[in-house]
Design a protein. Structure first.
Length: 224
């Protein structure tokens, strides 16, 4: 049973840097989704401090948006930063607390932390309208050769368990729930910024491989 937490990380200062680090990824997510957001109702699963929905609204205005996260402190910051945008941020353990009939849902590097993928697929089905889609981006899966090193490192500072899902595990959970499943290599045709080497990405080639080969965007479409 999921419970609310204060922060995702035992190192909360790292979460403050996520908006800057993830901005390029969020822009690519927005570019990659061919969707008319006019009048749309949008859900952000695992919204953290709310940056993705703010960026999406500023570039492709939607009618209303809800961001849901387990981390209470992150949600409080998201609420403070939303300005006059038509967005609500909630600390919740079930997606249905955000309402239903969403046209489109997103998550970025969230699905790999969800232990019960079948339950997650059922929750997404409950909140999407017929024909709605859920876009989930992740590079944290057991098919990536980087994951064997990353997983124990992430677990060291994560306030939740870190499961070990494969691409087949993720896709299979949503197929079994009745979704039409598709996937793309997320940034295969984009320029990739080469940051300084880190514990996650020791070399420039690792960075290139991660973003063009192992970072994936799943599209789960609920039938009409």
């Amino acid at each position: 049973m999921l419970q609310l937490i204060d922060t995702w990380s035992t190192r909360p200062d790292e979460e403050d840097h996520m908006t800057e680090e993830h901005s390029a990824i969020w822009r690519e997510m927005i570019r990659a989704v061919d969707h008319d957001f006019t009048g749309a109702r949008v859900l952000d699963v695992g919204c953290n401090q709310g940056g993705f929905l703010r960026m999406l609204f500023d570039s492709k205005p939607f009618a209303s948006g809800v961001g849901v996260d387990l981390a209470r402190k992150a949600v409080a910051l998201a609420e403070q930063r939303k300005g006059s945008r038509p967005i609500q941020y909630l600390a919740a353990t079930r997606l249905a607390e955000a309402g239903c009939n969403f046209d489109v849902a997103f998550s970025h590097e969230v699905i790999y932390l969800i232990e019960n993928l079948a339950d997650h697929a059922d929750q997404i089905a409950e909140v999407l309208r017929p024909g709605g889609s859920y876009y989930a981006v992740t590079c944290c899966h057991s098919d990536s050769p980087l994951w064997a090193d990353w997983r124990p490192y992430i677990q060291e500072f994560s306030n939740v368990p870190v499961p070990n899902h494969s691409v087949a595990d993720i896709a299979g959970a949503f197929r079994d729930a009745g979704f039409k499943v598709a996937v793309s290599r997320f940034m295969a045709n984009s320029f990739i910024e080469l940051w300084e080497p880190s514990n996650y990405l020791p070399s420039d080639v690792d960075t290139l491989e991660l973003y063009t080969r192992w970072k994936l965007m799943f599209r789960f479409t609920w039938p009409d």
